[in-house]
Ligand binder design. Structure first.
Ligand code: NAD
Length: 497
Protein backbone atom coordinates (compact mmCIF):
# COMPACT_ATOMS: atom_id res chain seq x y z
CA UNK A 1 0.00 0.00 0.00
CA UNK A 2 1.44 3.36 -0.96
CA UNK A 3 1.39 6.33 1.36
CA UNK A 4 1.42 9.81 -0.19
CA UNK A 5 2.66 12.78 1.82
CA UNK A 6 3.49 16.43 1.20
CA UNK A 7 6.60 18.11 -0.19
CA UNK A 8 7.58 20.93 2.12
CA UNK A 9 10.86 22.82 1.99
CA UNK A 10 12.35 20.15 -0.25
CA UNK A 11 11.46 17.10 1.86
CA UNK A 12 8.62 14.58 1.63
CA UNK A 13 6.57 14.69 4.84
CA UNK A 14 3.72 12.64 6.22
CA UNK A 15 1.51 14.42 8.66
CA UNK A 16 -0.94 13.83 11.49
CA UNK A 17 -3.73 11.35 11.69
CA UNK A 18 -6.02 12.64 8.95
CA UNK A 19 -5.84 10.42 5.86
CA UNK A 20 -7.93 9.58 2.84
CA UNK A 21 -7.96 6.31 0.89
CA UNK A 22 -6.64 6.33 -2.65
CA UNK A 23 -8.76 4.07 -4.87
CA UNK A 24 -7.82 2.62 -8.24
CA UNK A 25 -10.98 3.48 -10.22
CA UNK A 26 -10.35 0.66 -12.73
CA UNK A 27 -10.52 -2.05 -10.05
CA UNK A 28 -12.52 -0.26 -7.35
CA UNK A 29 -9.85 -1.34 -4.84
CA UNK A 30 -8.06 0.83 -2.31
CA UNK A 31 -4.33 0.82 -2.95
CA UNK A 32 -2.97 3.56 -0.71
CA UNK A 33 -3.66 6.55 1.43
CA UNK A 34 -2.87 10.24 1.32
CA UNK A 35 -2.12 12.51 4.28
CA UNK A 36 -4.53 15.42 4.63
CA UNK A 37 -2.66 18.53 5.72
CA UNK A 38 -3.75 20.24 8.90
CA UNK A 39 -3.80 24.02 9.20
CA UNK A 40 -0.38 23.82 10.93
CA UNK A 41 1.23 21.80 8.13
CA UNK A 42 -0.21 24.17 5.49
CA UNK A 43 1.13 27.14 7.43
CA UNK A 44 4.55 25.48 7.52
CA UNK A 45 4.54 25.18 3.72
CA UNK A 46 3.61 28.87 3.38
CA UNK A 47 6.41 29.82 5.78
CA UNK A 48 8.94 27.78 3.74
CA UNK A 49 7.84 29.53 0.55
CA UNK A 50 7.98 32.94 2.23
CA UNK A 51 11.47 32.33 3.65
CA UNK A 52 13.06 31.51 0.28
CA UNK A 53 11.22 34.24 -1.68
CA UNK A 54 13.87 37.02 -1.33
CA UNK A 55 16.62 34.70 -2.61
CA UNK A 56 14.46 33.32 -5.45
CA UNK A 57 13.25 36.78 -6.47
CA UNK A 58 16.90 37.87 -6.77
CA UNK A 59 17.87 34.84 -8.89
CA UNK A 60 18.36 36.04 -12.49
CA UNK A 61 15.46 35.01 -14.74
CA UNK A 62 17.88 33.25 -17.11
CA UNK A 63 19.01 31.02 -14.25
CA UNK A 64 15.41 30.25 -13.33
CA UNK A 65 14.84 29.39 -17.00
CA UNK A 66 17.79 26.97 -16.98
CA UNK A 67 16.05 25.03 -14.22
CA UNK A 68 12.88 24.96 -16.34
CA UNK A 69 14.86 23.52 -19.27
CA UNK A 70 16.14 20.71 -17.01
CA UNK A 71 12.63 20.20 -15.61
CA UNK A 72 11.24 19.82 -19.15
CA UNK A 73 13.85 17.17 -19.97
CA UNK A 74 13.06 15.25 -16.78
CA UNK A 75 9.32 15.35 -17.49
CA UNK A 76 9.97 13.99 -20.97
CA UNK A 77 12.12 11.12 -19.70
CA UNK A 78 9.55 10.28 -16.97
CA UNK A 79 6.42 10.51 -19.12
CA UNK A 80 5.65 6.76 -18.99
CA UNK A 81 6.07 6.63 -15.23
CA UNK A 82 3.81 9.67 -14.79
CA UNK A 83 1.21 8.30 -17.22
CA UNK A 84 1.03 5.06 -15.22
CA UNK A 85 0.63 6.99 -11.96
CA UNK A 86 -2.15 9.11 -13.46
CA UNK A 87 -3.87 6.01 -14.83
CA UNK A 88 -3.81 4.08 -11.56
CA UNK A 89 -5.48 6.89 -9.60
CA UNK A 90 -7.49 8.78 -12.23
CA UNK A 91 -8.30 5.93 -14.61
CA UNK A 92 -7.35 7.49 -17.94
CA UNK A 93 -5.78 5.19 -20.52
CA UNK A 94 -1.97 5.42 -20.83
CA UNK A 95 -1.96 7.11 -24.27
CA UNK A 96 -4.39 9.76 -22.99
CA UNK A 97 -2.38 10.23 -19.79
CA UNK A 98 0.85 10.60 -21.81
CA UNK A 99 -0.94 13.25 -23.91
CA UNK A 100 -1.81 15.08 -20.69
CA UNK A 101 1.85 15.08 -19.62
CA UNK A 102 2.82 16.37 -23.09
CA UNK A 103 0.40 19.31 -22.86
CA UNK A 104 1.78 20.05 -19.39
CA UNK A 105 5.35 20.07 -20.74
CA UNK A 106 4.32 22.75 -23.25
CA UNK A 107 3.65 25.06 -20.30
CA UNK A 108 7.13 24.38 -18.95
CA UNK A 109 8.50 25.26 -22.39
CA UNK A 110 6.66 28.58 -22.23
CA UNK A 111 8.13 29.24 -18.76
CA UNK A 112 11.60 28.76 -20.30
CA UNK A 113 10.98 32.10 -22.06
CA UNK A 114 10.94 33.94 -18.69
CA UNK A 115 13.86 36.27 -19.50
CA UNK A 116 12.09 37.40 -22.68
CA UNK A 117 8.66 37.60 -20.99
CA UNK A 118 10.00 39.75 -18.14
CA UNK A 119 11.94 42.23 -20.27
CA UNK A 120 9.47 45.00 -19.56
CA UNK A 121 8.92 48.26 -21.43
CA UNK A 122 11.36 51.15 -21.81
CA UNK A 123 10.98 54.74 -23.02
CA UNK A 124 13.94 57.09 -23.26
CA UNK A 125 13.55 60.86 -22.93
CA UNK A 126 9.94 60.95 -21.77
CA UNK A 127 10.95 64.44 -20.57
CA UNK A 128 14.23 66.37 -20.51
CA UNK A 129 16.85 63.84 -19.35
CA UNK A 130 14.08 61.66 -18.01
CA UNK A 131 13.74 57.96 -18.86
CA UNK A 132 10.88 55.72 -17.85
CA UNK A 133 10.42 51.97 -17.77
CA UNK A 134 7.93 49.39 -16.56
CA UNK A 135 9.10 46.17 -15.01
CA UNK A 136 7.15 43.11 -13.95
CA UNK A 137 7.95 42.08 -10.42
CA UNK A 138 6.95 38.81 -8.75
CA UNK A 139 4.12 38.91 -6.21
CA UNK A 140 5.57 36.72 -3.45
CA UNK A 141 4.00 33.43 -2.35
CA UNK A 142 1.32 32.15 -4.71
CA UNK A 143 -1.09 29.25 -4.11
CA UNK A 144 -2.54 26.80 -6.64
CA UNK A 145 -5.55 24.56 -6.01
CA UNK A 146 -6.20 21.95 -8.67
CA UNK A 147 -8.85 19.37 -9.73
CA UNK A 148 -8.67 15.60 -10.13
CA UNK A 149 -9.16 15.42 -13.89
CA UNK A 150 -5.70 16.64 -14.99
CA UNK A 151 -3.44 15.83 -12.03
CA UNK A 152 -0.26 16.67 -13.97
CA UNK A 153 -1.30 19.21 -16.60
CA UNK A 154 -3.31 21.68 -14.52
CA UNK A 155 -0.61 22.15 -11.84
CA UNK A 156 1.81 22.69 -14.75
CA UNK A 157 -0.49 25.45 -16.07
CA UNK A 158 0.38 27.28 -12.87
CA UNK A 159 3.67 26.88 -11.05
CA UNK A 160 6.30 26.69 -13.82
CA UNK A 161 5.29 30.17 -14.99
CA UNK A 162 4.71 31.54 -11.48
CA UNK A 163 8.14 30.29 -10.38
CA UNK A 164 9.91 31.40 -13.57
CA UNK A 165 8.47 34.88 -12.90
CA UNK A 166 10.20 34.84 -9.49
CA UNK A 167 7.37 33.79 -7.15
CA UNK A 168 7.42 30.89 -4.73
CA UNK A 169 4.53 28.45 -4.67
CA UNK A 170 2.28 26.24 -2.54
CA UNK A 171 0.27 23.69 -4.54
CA UNK A 172 -2.79 21.89 -3.15
CA UNK A 173 -3.61 19.12 -5.65
CA UNK A 174 -6.78 17.05 -5.72
CA UNK A 175 -6.93 14.56 -2.87
CA UNK A 176 -8.52 12.01 -5.24
CA UNK A 177 -5.35 11.37 -7.30
CA UNK A 178 -2.48 13.01 -5.42
CA UNK A 179 0.59 10.91 -6.35
CA UNK A 180 1.45 12.36 -9.75
CA UNK A 181 1.54 15.97 -8.51
CA UNK A 182 4.01 15.05 -5.76
CA UNK A 183 6.18 13.06 -8.19
CA UNK A 184 6.28 15.96 -10.67
CA UNK A 185 7.26 18.35 -7.87
CA UNK A 186 10.11 15.97 -6.94
CA UNK A 187 11.31 16.18 -10.55
CA UNK A 188 11.20 19.99 -10.36
CA UNK A 189 13.34 19.72 -7.25
CA UNK A 190 15.74 17.38 -9.05
CA UNK A 191 15.96 19.92 -11.87
CA UNK A 192 17.48 22.38 -9.40
CA UNK A 193 14.69 24.29 -7.66
CA UNK A 194 15.95 25.37 -4.24
CA UNK A 195 13.98 23.88 -1.31
CA UNK A 196 10.88 25.89 -0.44
CA UNK A 197 10.38 27.44 -3.90
CA UNK A 198 7.74 24.80 -4.71
CA UNK A 199 5.80 23.11 -1.90
CA UNK A 200 2.96 20.60 -2.21
CA UNK A 201 0.39 20.10 0.52
CA UNK A 202 -2.13 17.36 0.01
CA UNK A 203 -5.42 17.93 1.69
CA UNK A 204 -8.97 19.18 1.63
CA UNK A 205 -10.94 22.24 2.72
CA UNK A 206 -8.84 22.63 5.87
CA UNK A 207 -5.71 23.32 3.80
CA UNK A 208 -7.60 25.46 1.27
CA UNK A 209 -9.05 27.67 4.02
CA UNK A 210 -5.53 28.45 5.24
CA UNK A 211 -4.32 29.25 1.71
CA UNK A 212 -7.24 31.66 1.26
CA UNK A 213 -6.74 33.47 4.54
CA UNK A 214 -3.00 33.57 5.29
CA UNK A 215 -1.84 37.13 4.54
CA UNK A 216 1.46 35.87 3.11
CA UNK A 217 -0.35 34.33 0.13
CA UNK A 218 -0.53 37.07 -2.52
CA UNK A 219 -2.48 35.31 -5.24
CA UNK A 220 -4.54 32.15 -5.78
CA UNK A 221 -5.01 30.17 -9.00
CA UNK A 222 -7.90 27.73 -8.74
CA UNK A 223 -9.28 25.15 -11.19
CA UNK A 224 -12.25 22.95 -10.30
CA UNK A 225 -16.04 22.92 -10.16
CA UNK A 226 -18.02 26.17 -10.40
CA UNK A 227 -19.52 26.27 -6.87
CA UNK A 228 -16.07 25.83 -5.30
CA UNK A 229 -14.47 28.22 -7.84
CA UNK A 230 -16.99 30.92 -6.96
CA UNK A 231 -16.52 30.48 -3.23
CA UNK A 232 -12.70 30.43 -3.53
CA UNK A 233 -12.82 33.59 -5.67
CA UNK A 234 -15.08 35.45 -3.24
CA UNK A 235 -13.05 34.48 -0.16
CA UNK A 236 -9.64 35.11 -1.73
CA UNK A 237 -10.59 38.53 -3.12
CA UNK A 238 -12.36 39.52 0.13
CA UNK A 239 -9.04 38.77 1.81
CA UNK A 240 -7.26 41.12 -0.58
CA UNK A 241 -5.69 38.47 -2.80
CA UNK A 242 -5.47 38.37 -6.55
CA UNK A 243 -7.51 35.37 -7.76
CA UNK A 244 -8.33 33.52 -10.96
CA UNK A 245 -10.82 30.67 -10.47
CA UNK A 246 -11.68 28.43 -13.41
CA UNK A 247 -14.88 26.43 -13.10
CA UNK A 248 -17.11 23.92 -14.86
CA UNK A 249 -18.35 23.74 -18.42
CA UNK A 250 -20.97 22.58 -20.88
CA UNK A 251 -19.37 22.68 -24.29
CA UNK A 252 -21.65 22.72 -27.33
CA UNK A 253 -20.71 21.55 -30.82
CA UNK A 254 -23.02 23.05 -33.44
CA UNK A 255 -23.34 21.10 -36.66
CA UNK A 256 -24.58 22.93 -39.77
CA UNK A 257 -26.46 21.10 -42.53
CA UNK A 258 -23.48 21.59 -44.89
CA UNK A 259 -20.96 19.91 -42.53
CA UNK A 260 -19.09 16.77 -43.57
CA UNK A 261 -20.94 14.41 -41.21
CA UNK A 262 -18.40 11.58 -41.21
CA UNK A 263 -15.48 13.91 -40.45
CA UNK A 264 -17.52 15.73 -37.83
CA UNK A 265 -18.42 12.53 -36.03
CA UNK A 266 -14.83 11.26 -36.19
CA UNK A 267 -13.68 14.52 -34.57
CA UNK A 268 -16.38 14.51 -31.94
CA UNK A 269 -15.89 10.90 -30.77
CA UNK A 270 -12.66 11.73 -28.90
CA UNK A 271 -13.99 15.10 -27.72
CA UNK A 272 -17.13 13.55 -26.22
CA UNK A 273 -15.89 10.22 -24.87
CA UNK A 274 -12.10 10.62 -24.43
CA UNK A 275 -11.05 10.49 -20.77
CA UNK A 276 -14.64 9.33 -20.03
CA UNK A 277 -15.84 12.86 -20.69
CA UNK A 278 -14.01 14.05 -17.56
CA UNK A 279 -12.48 17.05 -19.32
CA UNK A 280 -13.56 20.64 -18.84
CA UNK A 281 -13.36 21.03 -22.63
CA UNK A 282 -15.26 17.79 -23.39
CA UNK A 283 -18.06 18.23 -25.89
CA UNK A 284 -21.22 17.14 -24.09
CA UNK A 285 -23.89 18.63 -26.37
CA UNK A 286 -24.26 18.39 -30.13
CA UNK A 287 -26.67 20.94 -31.52
CA UNK A 288 -27.91 19.70 -34.89
CA UNK A 289 -29.37 22.24 -37.28
CA UNK A 290 -32.34 20.59 -38.96
CA UNK A 291 -33.77 17.10 -38.49
CA UNK A 292 -31.92 15.78 -41.53
CA UNK A 293 -28.57 16.76 -39.97
CA UNK A 294 -29.64 15.27 -36.63
CA UNK A 295 -30.72 11.95 -38.19
CA UNK A 296 -27.47 11.68 -40.16
CA UNK A 297 -25.42 12.43 -37.03
CA UNK A 298 -27.29 9.87 -34.95
CA UNK A 299 -26.68 7.17 -37.55
CA UNK A 300 -22.97 8.02 -37.86
CA UNK A 301 -22.49 8.13 -34.08
CA UNK A 302 -24.32 4.83 -33.64
CA UNK A 303 -21.96 3.17 -36.14
CA UNK A 304 -18.85 4.58 -34.46
CA UNK A 305 -19.97 3.97 -30.89
CA UNK A 306 -20.37 0.24 -31.46
CA UNK A 307 -16.55 0.15 -31.68
CA UNK A 308 -15.96 2.04 -28.40
CA UNK A 309 -14.04 0.07 -25.79
CA UNK A 310 -14.29 1.01 -22.14
CA UNK A 311 -12.05 -0.67 -19.57
CA UNK A 312 -9.01 -0.56 -17.35
CA UNK A 313 -6.43 2.25 -17.72
CA UNK A 314 -3.56 -0.16 -18.40
CA UNK A 315 -5.03 -1.74 -21.53
CA UNK A 316 -3.97 0.50 -24.43
CA UNK A 317 -6.70 -1.01 -26.62
CA UNK A 318 -9.37 0.68 -24.53
CA UNK A 319 -10.65 4.04 -25.72
CA UNK A 320 -11.44 5.33 -22.26
CA UNK A 321 -11.42 4.22 -18.66
CA UNK A 322 -13.57 4.46 -15.55
CA UNK A 323 -15.03 7.49 -13.81
CA UNK A 324 -13.22 8.81 -10.78
CA UNK A 325 -15.46 7.30 -8.08
CA UNK A 326 -18.47 5.14 -7.34
CA UNK A 327 -20.36 8.21 -6.24
CA UNK A 328 -19.61 10.01 -9.50
CA UNK A 329 -20.68 6.96 -11.54
CA UNK A 330 -24.01 6.96 -9.68
CA UNK A 331 -24.48 10.65 -10.44
CA UNK A 332 -23.79 10.15 -14.17
CA UNK A 333 -26.20 7.18 -14.33
CA UNK A 334 -28.87 9.16 -12.50
CA UNK A 335 -28.58 12.00 -15.04
CA UNK A 336 -29.08 9.49 -17.90
CA UNK A 337 -32.11 8.08 -16.00
CA UNK A 338 -33.53 11.57 -15.57
CA UNK A 339 -33.20 12.29 -19.31
CA UNK A 340 -35.07 9.08 -20.12
CA UNK A 341 -37.78 9.93 -17.63
CA UNK A 342 -38.13 13.43 -19.08
CA UNK A 343 -38.82 11.99 -22.55
CA UNK A 344 -35.41 11.99 -24.30
CA UNK A 345 -34.42 8.91 -26.36
CA UNK A 346 -31.44 6.84 -25.19
CA UNK A 347 -29.90 5.82 -28.52
CA UNK A 348 -26.76 4.16 -27.15
CA UNK A 349 -26.98 3.11 -23.51
CA UNK A 350 -23.75 2.89 -21.49
CA UNK A 351 -25.34 2.30 -18.10
CA UNK A 352 -24.35 -1.37 -18.06
CA UNK A 353 -21.22 -1.61 -20.21
CA UNK A 354 -19.57 -4.86 -21.25
CA UNK A 355 -16.34 -5.20 -19.28
CA UNK A 356 -13.34 -7.51 -19.18
CA UNK A 357 -12.79 -9.74 -16.16
CA UNK A 358 -11.19 -7.77 -13.32
CA UNK A 359 -12.57 -4.41 -14.50
CA UNK A 360 -14.66 -4.01 -11.36
CA UNK A 361 -14.32 -0.24 -11.07
CA UNK A 362 -16.54 2.72 -11.82
CA UNK A 363 -17.41 2.28 -15.48
CA UNK A 364 -20.06 3.87 -17.66
CA UNK A 365 -19.99 3.17 -21.39
CA UNK A 366 -20.44 5.73 -24.16
CA UNK A 367 -24.02 7.03 -24.11
CA UNK A 368 -25.90 8.95 -26.80
CA UNK A 369 -29.15 10.74 -25.99
CA UNK A 370 -31.37 12.26 -28.68
CA UNK A 371 -34.23 14.79 -28.41
CA UNK A 372 -32.69 16.48 -25.38
CA UNK A 373 -34.36 19.76 -24.37
CA UNK A 374 -32.78 22.74 -22.65
CA UNK A 375 -35.09 22.25 -19.66
CA UNK A 376 -33.65 18.80 -18.85
CA UNK A 377 -31.14 18.26 -16.02
CA UNK A 378 -28.80 16.36 -18.38
CA UNK A 379 -28.61 19.53 -20.51
CA UNK A 380 -28.36 22.06 -17.73
CA UNK A 381 -25.75 20.31 -15.58
CA UNK A 382 -22.15 19.46 -16.34
CA UNK A 383 -22.31 15.65 -16.47
CA UNK A 384 -18.54 14.99 -16.58
CA UNK A 385 -19.11 11.54 -18.02
CA UNK A 386 -19.08 9.78 -21.43
CA UNK A 387 -22.55 11.06 -22.28
CA UNK A 388 -23.39 13.04 -25.42
CA UNK A 389 -26.74 14.84 -25.75
CA UNK A 390 -28.22 15.81 -29.10
CA UNK A 391 -30.43 18.89 -29.23
CA UNK A 392 -32.34 19.60 -32.44
CA UNK A 393 -32.85 23.22 -33.59
CA UNK A 394 -33.98 25.00 -36.76
CA UNK A 395 -31.13 27.44 -37.46
CA UNK A 396 -27.74 28.84 -36.37
CA UNK A 397 -29.22 31.69 -34.31
CA UNK A 398 -31.31 29.25 -32.31
CA UNK A 399 -28.22 27.08 -31.77
CA UNK A 400 -26.13 30.06 -30.66
CA UNK A 401 -28.77 31.22 -28.20
CA UNK A 402 -28.51 27.84 -26.50
CA UNK A 403 -24.78 28.41 -25.98
CA UNK A 404 -25.32 32.04 -24.96
CA UNK A 405 -28.07 31.26 -22.44
CA UNK A 406 -26.14 28.48 -20.71
CA UNK A 407 -24.56 29.40 -17.37
CA UNK A 408 -21.18 28.07 -18.55
CA UNK A 409 -19.09 29.50 -21.38
CA UNK A 410 -15.85 27.56 -21.62
CA UNK A 411 -15.63 26.25 -25.19
CA UNK A 412 -17.91 25.99 -28.20
CA UNK A 413 -17.32 24.78 -31.73
CA UNK A 414 -18.97 24.90 -35.12
CA UNK A 415 -18.76 22.31 -37.88
CA UNK A 416 -19.47 23.76 -41.31
CA UNK A 417 -18.14 24.44 -44.81
CA UNK A 418 -19.56 27.98 -44.73
CA UNK A 419 -16.92 30.64 -44.00
CA UNK A 420 -19.49 33.38 -43.43
CA UNK A 421 -21.31 31.32 -40.80
CA UNK A 422 -17.99 30.47 -39.15
CA UNK A 423 -17.00 34.13 -38.95
CA UNK A 424 -20.39 35.13 -37.56
CA UNK A 425 -20.20 32.34 -34.97
CA UNK A 426 -16.67 33.14 -33.75
CA UNK A 427 -17.51 36.86 -33.62
CA UNK A 428 -20.67 36.54 -31.55
CA UNK A 429 -20.80 33.30 -29.57
CA UNK A 430 -20.54 33.75 -25.79
CA UNK A 431 -17.72 31.35 -24.98
CA UNK A 432 -14.04 31.95 -24.22
CA UNK A 433 -12.54 29.29 -26.50
CA UNK A 434 -13.95 28.70 -29.96
CA UNK A 435 -13.33 25.97 -32.50
CA UNK A 436 -14.15 26.01 -36.20
CA UNK A 437 -14.10 22.38 -37.36
CA UNK A 438 -11.92 21.82 -34.26
CA UNK A 439 -13.72 19.97 -31.47
CA UNK A 440 -11.39 20.68 -28.52
CA UNK A 441 -10.10 24.23 -28.97
CA UNK A 442 -7.70 24.08 -25.99
CA UNK A 443 -5.31 27.01 -26.51
CA UNK A 444 -1.59 26.24 -26.90
CA UNK A 445 0.72 27.33 -24.09
CA UNK A 446 1.62 30.68 -25.68
CA UNK A 447 -2.03 31.74 -25.79
CA UNK A 448 -4.15 31.65 -22.61
CA UNK A 449 -6.92 29.34 -21.38
CA UNK A 450 -10.15 30.70 -19.99
CA UNK A 451 -13.90 30.52 -20.34
CA UNK A 452 -16.61 33.15 -20.01
CA UNK A 453 -19.58 33.47 -17.68
CA UNK A 454 -19.53 31.02 -14.75
CA UNK A 455 -16.60 29.08 -16.22
CA UNK A 456 -14.08 31.69 -15.01
CA UNK A 457 -14.15 34.05 -12.05
CA UNK A 458 -11.52 36.77 -12.39
CA UNK A 459 -10.14 38.93 -15.15
CA UNK A 460 -7.15 36.96 -16.37
CA UNK A 461 -7.12 33.52 -17.98
CA UNK A 462 -4.69 30.75 -17.11
CA UNK A 463 -1.14 30.38 -18.49
CA UNK A 464 0.39 32.08 -21.54
CA UNK A 465 0.46 35.91 -21.71
CA UNK A 466 -2.37 36.25 -19.15
CA UNK A 467 -0.41 33.96 -16.80
CA UNK A 468 2.58 36.31 -16.93
CA UNK A 469 0.30 39.23 -16.08
CA UNK A 470 -1.37 37.27 -13.28
CA UNK A 471 1.88 36.20 -11.61
CA UNK A 472 3.58 39.62 -11.81
CA UNK A 473 2.92 43.15 -10.66
CA UNK A 474 3.78 46.10 -12.88
CA UNK A 475 6.05 48.78 -11.49
CA UNK A 476 6.80 51.90 -13.53
CA UNK A 477 9.94 53.84 -12.74
CA UNK A 478 10.63 57.37 -13.94
CA UNK A 479 14.27 58.37 -13.54
CA UNK A 480 16.31 61.51 -14.06
CA UNK A 481 20.02 62.12 -13.77
CA UNK A 482 20.21 65.88 -14.33
CA UNK A 483 23.30 67.19 -16.07
CA UNK A 484 25.11 70.21 -14.70
CA UNK A 485 24.07 72.27 -17.74
CA UNK A 486 20.35 71.72 -17.43
CA UNK A 487 19.04 73.28 -14.25
CA UNK A 488 15.40 74.08 -13.59
CA UNK A 489 13.62 76.53 -11.42
CA UNK A 490 10.98 75.21 -9.07
CA UNK A 491 7.82 74.42 -10.99
CA UNK A 492 4.50 73.94 -9.29
CA UNK A 493 2.35 72.97 -12.27
CA UNK A 494 1.51 69.35 -13.15
CA UNK A 495 4.48 67.69 -14.92
CA UNK A 496 4.18 67.46 -18.69
CA UNK A 497 6.61 66.13 -21.23
P1 NAD B 1 -13.66 20.24 -7.15
O1 NAD B 1 -14.20 21.61 -7.23
O2 NAD B 1 -14.40 19.22 -6.38
O3 NAD B 1 -12.17 20.25 -6.53
C1 NAD B 1 -11.17 21.12 -7.02
C2 NAD B 1 -10.21 21.46 -5.89
O4 NAD B 1 -10.91 22.15 -4.86
C3 NAD B 1 -9.60 20.21 -5.22
O5 NAD B 1 -8.25 20.48 -4.92
C4 NAD B 1 -10.42 20.05 -3.95
O6 NAD B 1 -9.71 19.46 -2.89
C5 NAD B 1 -10.80 21.48 -3.60
N1 NAD B 1 -12.11 21.57 -2.93
C6 NAD B 1 -13.20 20.79 -3.14
N2 NAD B 1 -14.22 21.20 -2.37
C7 NAD B 1 -13.77 22.25 -1.66
C8 NAD B 1 -14.36 23.13 -0.70
N3 NAD B 1 -15.62 22.97 -0.31
N4 NAD B 1 -13.61 24.11 -0.18
C9 NAD B 1 -12.34 24.28 -0.56
N5 NAD B 1 -11.71 23.50 -1.48
C10 NAD B 1 -12.43 22.50 -2.02
O7 NAD B 1 -13.43 19.76 -8.66
P2 NAD B 1 -13.01 18.31 -9.17
O8 NAD B 1 -14.17 17.41 -9.03
O9 NAD B 1 -11.71 17.91 -8.62
O10 NAD B 1 -12.75 18.62 -10.73
C11 NAD B 1 -13.74 18.60 -11.70
C12 NAD B 1 -14.26 19.98 -12.02
O11 NAD B 1 -13.18 20.82 -12.42
C13 NAD B 1 -15.23 20.00 -13.18
O12 NAD B 1 -16.30 20.88 -12.87
C14 NAD B 1 -14.41 20.56 -14.33
O13 NAD B 1 -15.14 21.21 -15.35
C15 NAD B 1 -13.54 21.51 -13.61
N6 NAD B 1 -12.35 21.83 -14.39
C16 NAD B 1 -12.30 23.03 -15.00
C17 NAD B 1 -11.21 23.35 -15.78
C18 NAD B 1 -11.14 24.69 -16.45
O14 NAD B 1 -10.09 24.99 -16.97
N7 NAD B 1 -12.18 25.49 -16.47
C19 NAD B 1 -10.17 22.44 -15.94
C20 NAD B 1 -10.25 21.21 -15.30
C21 NAD B 1 -11.36 20.91 -14.52
Amino acid sequence: MKSVGHLINGAVRHSGDRHLDITNPSTGKIDGKVSLASAEVTTEAIAAAQAVFPEWRATPPARRAQIMFRFKALLESHTDELAALIGSEHGKISHDAAGEVGRGIENVEFACFAPELLKGEYSRNVGPEIDSWSEFQPLGVVAGITPFNFPVMVPLWMYPLAIACGNTFVLKPSEKDPSAAVRVAELAQEAGLPPGVLNVVNGDKEAVDVLLSDPRIQAVSFVGSTPVAESVYRTATANGKRCQALGGAKNHAIVMPDADIDNTVQSLMGAAFGSSGERCMAVSVVVAIGDETADALIEAFRAEMVKLKVGSFDNANNDFGPLISDEHRDRVVSLINSAEKAGASIIVDGRKPELAAGDDGFFVGGTLIDHVKSTMACYQQEIFGPVLSVVRVANLDEAMSLVDDHEYGNGSCLFTRDGEAARYFSDHVKAGMVGINVPLPVPVSYHSFGGWKRSLFGDLSAYGPDGVRFYTRRKTITQRWPSATLREESNFSFPSS
